[in-house]
Write a protein that binds this ligand. Structure first.
Ligand SMILES: C[S@@+](CC[C@H](N)C(=O)[O-])C[C@H]1O[C@@H](n2cnc3c(N)ncnc32)[C@H](O)[C@@H]1O
Length: 362
């Protein structure tokens, strides 16, 4: 039997317009990618209005492209048109201070220029992801390569270097007291190493051992620890965290459990590594407790990353539980319980728009 479907032309028009808006956002991010990659925001960071030929000279790019980028960015409200002119090369544009913080200051908690790079890193692998949809296979973190590693690193860097200890660990009194006195920390799935480095800088008496399965990430993390002068107290090892061992006062895993093909094995290792009176802290996505459609912005954002990166990464190994980015609290609680933890506590007082903090009780 064929179903007759009537079309509401108003709904159809509204949907078409909505998709058109999505495309405008995508193009805006393409401009952000070019601005960040070519150092154009940095060149304009001081707020001085520039013409296309001036920007071209300063950033060593071709003047005709400088003009198109400046006009595109001003047309999209990223840059401000300071002085108009009939001659396009005489027009002057500036980067407002508030936009410069988001686009050019890697230490600002609102730094988001990595979104352009992250989009390109994900989109460039979409043909492989489509193939994985057909086969049930995956696209590994290694295949996503440096563009994705560095994007991930830049995304959490300001949080880990500036806020993790000050606003989050300091709000867990026994952990804060212990780290202030000294102690050993194990940082699981450390990526570029920023959380380990941030903890070592905030607590000058601790030593941190990082464990990550991705050897290139370990090499970057070592370089970063050297650049921040903490290489004597922060050590990074390339290994599957399921094989890690030791005796630690604090064991952490930040935004990585949902990526792991076998999270229970890693959580089990984390449980065995913590001293009886120590703490295990996990930070992962603040997905809603239940699936809903349409969903809120956080779940929509997480589903985007899940389609592009995290689910294909998780499914690139066998066997895999295939969690994806949208790891709901009940799923995580199940993993932790299966790993032998007695209780999972959501640290509600530790508020972050995108992350939820859990404390696991051995
Ligand atoms: C999304 S990145 C997060 C990196 C870092 N924690 C951050 O927040 O920027 C996930 C990391 O987990 C690592 N990883 C995945 N499975 C792992 C395993 N079994 N053992 C150790 N590291 C693992 C990956 O190599 C990657 O560096």
């Amino acid at each position: 039997m064929t179903m007759t479907r009537t079309i509401d032309s108003g709904v159809k028009q509204a949907f078409a317009e909505r998709l058109f808006g999505d495309v405008l956002g995508m193009f805006n991010l393409a401009g952000v990618y070019l601005g960040e990659t070519l150092g154009l925001y940095e060149a304009m960071q001081d707020g001085r209005p520039v013409t296309a030929p001036e920007l071209a000279r300063q950033a060593s790019i071709a003047p005709r492209y400088a003009r198109e980028w400046l006009e595109h960015q001003a047309a999209n409200g990223v840059l401000r048109l300071e002085a108009d002119s009939e001659d396009p090369d005489e027009r002057r544009f500036s980067l407002p201070a508030e936009h410069a913080a988001v686009l050019a200051d890697r230490d600002d908690l609102d730094f988001l220029a990595w979104l352009g790079r992250g989009g390109v890193a994900g989109f460039s692998r979409l043909p492989d992801v489509a193939q994985a949809f057909r086969t049930g296979g995956g696209v590994s973190w290694e295949q996503f390569g440096d563009p994705m590693r560095l994007t991930q690193g830049d995304a959490n860097r300001p949080l880990f270097l500036h806020a993790l200890a000050r606003d989050y660990l300091a709000a867990i009194p026994d952990v804060h007291a212990r780290l202030t006195a000294g102690g050993r920390v194990a940082e699981i799935g450390h990526g570029m190493g920023w959380a380990a480095i941030g903890m070592a800088r905030a607590y000058p008496n601790v030593t941190v051992d990082g464990y990550d399965i991705d050897a290139p990430s370990v090499a970057y993390a070592r370089e970063n620890a050297r650049a921040y002068g903490v290489e004597d107290r922060v050590r990074f090892t390339a290994t599957d965290a399921a094989q890690a061992a030791g005796e630690y006062d604090l064991v952490t895993a930040f935004e990585c459990i949902h990526d792991m093909p076998r999270p229970v094995e890693v959580l089990r290792a984390m449980r065995s590594m913590v001293k009886p009176d120590g703490a295990v802290i996990v930070m992962d996505e603040r997905a809603e407790e239940r699936f809903a459609a349409p969903a809120g912005d956080v779940d929509r954002f997480l589903y985007g990353f899940s389609l592009l990166v995290c689910l294909p990464d998780g499914l690139s190994h066998e066997p895999s539980v295939g969690t994806g980015t949208v790891m709901r609290p009940a799923t995580f609680e199940r993993y932790a319980t299966d790993a032998g933890f007695r209780r999972v506590e959501v640290l509600e007082a530790l508020d972050h728009p995108f992350f939820r903090f859990y404390r696991l009780h051995p």
